[in-house]
Ligand binder design. Structure first.
Ligand code: SF4
Ligand code: SF4
Length: 456
């Protein structure tokens, strides 16, 4: 398929042209089609696109993908396996949105196209798997906990050690070995909502905030969730963790399972709106970007549109919130060389990049080095590293190289997928440096501050 053979189609509603909307085959909604037609084909997004940088193919660039979607929507191109491959290879990192002077909401258009592909064009197996994983597993916390218990047994019973021993043999393809290493180490104790769903502020209460626990975070990063509660309460926040909350729906939306995403979004709106909160805090960048878009996700639902808008307005990443309200807990010294890697859905999806750096600059003793291409994807992208392992690993190799070049001992970031991916890349490269969530570092600094106060 030669995308370049398709000239840019006529603009939507231009004088003398047939209205292209009339030719739309249901591939894109009119809203997504309008978003797509803002592209002026300037190409400024090409060099920030990880897949274009790897392949050098127009069809694997943001502009090329927009051409493809438009051509299919206007009936100039039949949807095919080749078109599907180019669209599925997109990481949905949204770096192209940051680079775009025309404000094309690429992530929204791609999500819409994937929803149509899932419903109309995919195999029955793909539909069933998507329904099973996103509709029947991720949407139900108790089922996830059950899976977590099984995985924890696999990791702690010695079975994983045996598998890893086998994976260490020369004949095992390195990519397969790396994929096994992607399985995060599950926490000894999973994170749960406290009895009564409220953790009081330490000292005078400044704010009442809700906290989204996430789906992977409570199982694999329970300590980080606990650290988030400690950092918030130490800074005068009463933290509400409603038990009825569900996963945010980001993975569902990215896979095209829009109805599943809407279902969990409604449940989250129901779970949080009764608490009269100043903010709703999230410590996972991918989830934060999705939660802030509940207004768009539920815009056509008369019962939820306004409530979703109110919910979305309150959502803040934990670093965004702490930088806005200011830290009141004293921070102690940590002697370490660190760098910061921007999670795509924080820097591109939420435009949050200065706040985490500002918080890190407040910790005494840290030597901060800026990471080359810090805002470039690490290749994790939700479950992309499982679905597209080859491209994911090629993107990760670039990230690992930049980290090694920085000389940092700790790579601070703010998303579970990035933590898993970066640590896997560093292990594979034989490095001792490791990735750490920003709230874990803040929590460490608060504890150091208390020790210093006690010793003074
Ligand atoms: S979302 Fe990321 S991978 Fe997809 S087209 Fe944009 S820059 Fe490329
Ligand atoms: S930067 Fe924006 S307008 Fe330019 S080609 Fe990319 S998507 Fe289109």
């Amino acid at each position: 398929m030669a995308v370049a053979e398709h000239p840019p189609p006529a603009g939507h509603g231009e004088a003398g042209e047939a209205d292209p909307l009339a030719a739309l085959q249901g591939f894109l909604t009119p809203t997504d089609y309008d978003a797509l037609t803002k592209c002026v084909h300037c190409g400024l997004c090409l060099n920030v696109c990880p897949t274009y940088r790897q392949n050098g193919l127009e069809a694997d660039s943001p502009r090329g993908r927009l051409y493809l979607m438009r051509a299919v929507a206007e009936g100039d191109l039949d949807f095919s396996a080749a078109v599907d491959d180019h669209l599925q290879l997109c990481l949905q990192c949204r770096a192209c949105e940051t680079a775009c002077p025309s404000n094309v909401h690429f992530g929204q258009v791609m999500e819409g196209a994937r929803a149509t592909i899932l419903e109309e064009e995919s195999t029955r197996l793909r539909r069933v798997l998507t329904w099973a994983v996103f509709g029947q597993l991720f949407a139900y916390p108790t089922r996830l906990v059950l899976l977590g218990v099984l995985l924890r047994f696999y990791q702690r019973s010695g079975v994983q050690a045996l598998v890893r021993w086998i994976m260490g043999r020369e004949w095992v393809p390195p990519r397969l070995r790396l994929m096994e290493q992607m399985l995060p180490q599950l926490s000894r104790r999973f994170f749960r909502a406290p009895p009564g769903e409220i953790v009081p502020a330490q000292g005078e209460r400044r704010y009442r905030v809700g906290m989204i626990g996430g789906c992977i975070m409570p199982l694999a990063f329970a300590e980080t969730n606990e650290a988030t509660v400690r950092v918030l309460t130490a800074n005068g926040c009463e933290v509400v963790i409603p038990e009825a909350q569900r996963c945010c729906g980001a993975l569902q939306a990215h896979a095209g399972a829009q109805e599943e995403a809407r279902r969990v979004a409604r449940l989250n709106v129901d779970a949080f709106e009764q608490w009269n909160l100043d903010a709703i805090i999230i410590n996972a960048a991918g989830c934060g970007a999705a939660l802030k878009e509940y207004d768009r996700l539920l815009a056509d639902d008369p019962a939820y549109a306004e409530r979703a808008e109110r919910f979305a307005e309150k959502v803040e990443d934990v670093s965004e919130f702490l930088a806005r309200v200011g830290l009141t807990a004293p921070l102690g010294t940590i002697e370490r060389t660190i760098t910061y890697d921007d999670p795509c859905h924080l820097v591109h999806g939420q435009k949050v990049s200065l706040q985490p750096r500002a918080l890190l600059s407040m910790i005494p003793g840290l030597e901060y080095v800026e990471l080359r291409d810090a805002d470039r994807c690490c290749g994790s992208a939700g479950i992309y590293n499982i679905l597209q392992p080859d491209m994911s690993m090629r993107v990760l190799d670039d990230k690992t190289e930049a980290i090694i070049e920085s000389g940092a001992e700790t790579i601070v970031t703010a998303n579970p997928g990035c933590l898993i991916q970066i640590n896997a890349g560093l292990r594979q490269a034989g490095q001792t440096a490791s990735a750490q969530h920003i709230v874990d570092l803040l929590d460490e600094a608060i504890r150091a501050g208390r020790r210093e106060q006690a010793a003074a």
